[in-house]
Write a protein that binds this ligand. Structure first.
Ligand code: ATP
Ligand code: MG
Length: 249
């Protein structure tokens, strides 16, 4: 479990996170939603060690993460899937996957074994192994980016706005790939602007406002709340915002 306890953090101009308390259950997909500037990305940045909390604690299974560097947090099992441009276009898919592992300096043989395991779940990793990343479609690249984040066998992956700027088809790929990653036993903590998309994908939903957690509930309950509808949709949610596999009819 990930726990934020009374976390205050900011960028020098006062605290963005203002005594934030948050729990993320193991193996869940938890989605944070909320208005622009609420501090959603800042939550992910404090977790991944890019920003140190001024006050408070961040724990992973009871172990303090808030005192670690970003590299140490990655080694402790928390990986981020970059928003975009996460692959080296001129390098092959295989080399991009190998680079994902060098950060934790595993043995080449172990790395190859791990990549082969991931290729069973994400066949494109093997099918396009020798092709340059630049030759893949946007959706195919997203799958490889997710697969690459898993090379270090993280227990948690972080996604900040994974659908930003993507066409509906690629959004559907992100939806499906996130579910696959979660099915492998990986906890997913994500931030999503597209509230319906995020809450349909998630088990648990968190609404943030002004650096604090306002609501934390099962995602389906949150999605059905009448006040959520007025806050985010202007009307009751009846139809999914995008055509997502497995989404409610
Ligand atoms: N690098 C930075 N330096 C200074 N201020 C920052 C920096 N990054 C974010 N902020 C400020 O911190 C506040 C929260 O930002 P954050 O990016 O966490 O919000 P967010 O909820 O992710 O918003 P959005 O939905 O727009 O992505 C904002 O007021 C923002 O201007
Ligand atoms: Mg953000």
């Amino acid at each position: 479990m990930i726990e934020f306890r009374n976390v205050c953090a900011g960028y020098g101009g006062g605290d963005v996170l203002q005594g934030l308390d948050l729990r993320v259950e193991d193996k869940s997909i938890t989605c944070i939603v909320g208005p622009n500037g609420a501090g959603k990305s800042t939550v992910l940045r404090t977790l991944s060690g890019l920003l140190s909390p001024r006050v408070g604690e961040i724990l992973l299974d009871g172990r303090a993460l808030h005192t670690l560097s970003a590299a140490q947090v990655l080694a402790a099992g928390v990986a981020q899937v970059p928003q975009q441009g996460g692959l080296f276009g001129g390098l092959s898919i295989r080399d991009n996957m190998l680079l994902g592992g060098y950060l934790v300096r595993r043995q080449r043989r172990e790395l190859n074994k791990r990549i082969d395991e991931l290729a069973e779940v994400f066949p494109i990793v093997a099918e396009r192994a020798l092709d340059k990343a630049a030759d893949l479609s946007g959706g195919q690249r997203r799958i490889v980016e997710f697969a690459r984040a898993l090379v270090t066998e993280p227990s948690v992956i972080l996604l900040d706005e994974p659908t930003l700027g993507l066409d509906p088809k690629t959004c559907a790929t992100v939806f499906e790939t996130t579910q696959q990653v979660n099915a492998l036993g990986t906890t997913v903590l994500m931030v999503e602007q597209n509230v319906r998309f995020g809450l349909q994908l998630a088990d648990h939903g968190v609404v943030m406002e002004r650096g604090q957690v306002l609501i934390s509930q099962p995602a389906d309950v949150l999605l059905g709340r009448s006040d959520m509808a007025s806050m985010f949709f202007g009307a009751a949610p009846t139809e999914p915002a995008v055509d997502v596999p497995g989404g409610p009819a």
